[in-house]
Design a protein around this ligand. Structure first.
Ligand SMILES: C[S@@+](CC[C@H](N)C(=O)[O-])C[C@H]1O[C@@H](n2cnc3c(N)ncnc32)[C@H](O)[C@@H]1O
Length: 276
């Protein structure tokens, strides 16, 4: 394996260790660049798998591994040119994986979760309006409504899309709640992509391990996760690497920004909730 491009770490969440393919941050985030099928079996202490694997869209469309993303001038997804095999993940205790309608015949009984990407809009293009996940637990099917379709994307744009199949952070946080992953527990996303699952874990006080095979996606995810950690979110608690002083500074910065924007106390609270 070749070394990842010089990984600089955030000052408030220093690297505990780094190697040619692994970056361990003090705040309970560990990122691997490599093949999850090789790395995951070596990991200990994984409480849940929350992931969005490549599920063979290019294969289904019969485009020989190039698929819809290439048609839109976006790099093809690693592994998207063959049907997804969920079997390596089925032995884990708590597993929630997206794209499950594409490989449903290979799954045991479980429950279904649906992401409604239109959130009230009329259907307006030829792409699917929903995505479906499978959770290896008994229970009711649930729906998450969050607009994220073409150019119609709800607030959480995260500074633009950096991955062709990027999931919204609030969706991945919802998955962790659905899977009842306790605060402080460790979530593994073996197909990390842009790192949305990792950011959702950080924001909700869980620990996270991410694995990504594609060096370019890995580098982009590291950068995005660092940005998130540097930002110093007020609402991180359990998992937080922030000092109390840093938290006070962040609160003061938000209050000042709200004052400059001419907002009152109540609006400031709302603004703070929105920014969370
Ligand atoms: C559907 S995308 C995940 C997107 C992610 N949910 C996000 O929000 O950005 C699947 C990712 O898995 C990666 N991948 C495919 N096969 C892999 C493997 N064997 N090991 C690790 N990563 C892999 C791909 O490069 C791709 O970035």
């Amino acid at each position: 394996m070749t070394a990842p491009t010089d990984i600089a770490t955030p000052t408030n969440c220093p690297a505990v260790s780094g190697s040619d393919h692994r970056l361990v941050l003090a705040c309970g985030v560990t990122l691997y660049r490599g093949d999850c099928l090789e790395i995951a079996p070596t990991l200990e202490g994984v409480d849940a798998i929350i992931s969005d694997p490549p599920y063979g869209i290019a294969h289904v469309k019969g485009t020989g591994g190039k698929g819809e993303h290439t048609r839109r001038n976006i790099k093809a997804i690693e592994g998207d040119d063959k049907p997804f095999d969920p079997s390596p993940w089925l032995a884990y205790e708590n597993v929630l994986i997206w794209g499950a309608d594409h490989y449903a015949q290979r799954l045991p009984r479980g429950r279904w979760l649906v992401w409604d990407k239109l959130d009230g809009l009329e259907s307006f293009d030829s792409f699917s309006d929903v995505e479906v996940a499978w959770h290896n637990r008994k229970g009711a099917a649930r729906i998450f409504r969050y607009m994220w379709k073409g150019i119609c994307q709800k607030g959480d744009k995260e500074g633009g899309r950096i991955h062709p199949t990027q999931k919204p952070v609030p969706l991945m946080a919802w998955c962790m709640d659905q899977a009842k992953v306790p605060a402080g527990a460790t979530v593994l996303d073996p197909y990390m992509g842009s790192g949305s699952t990792i950011i959702a874990a950080i924001r909700t006080g869980r620990k996270a391990i991410g694995i990504e095979k594609d060096p370019e996606h890995f580098a982009n995810a590291v950068e995005r996760i660092q940005r998130e950690l540097n930002q110093g979110d007020l609402f991180r608690s359990q998992n937080s690497c922030l000092t109390a002083r840093h938290r006070r500074m962040t609160t003061a910065r938000l209050r000042l920004r709200a004052m400059l924007a001419g907002l009152g106390t109540e609006q400031w609270s709302n603004q703070r909730r929105i920014e969370a």
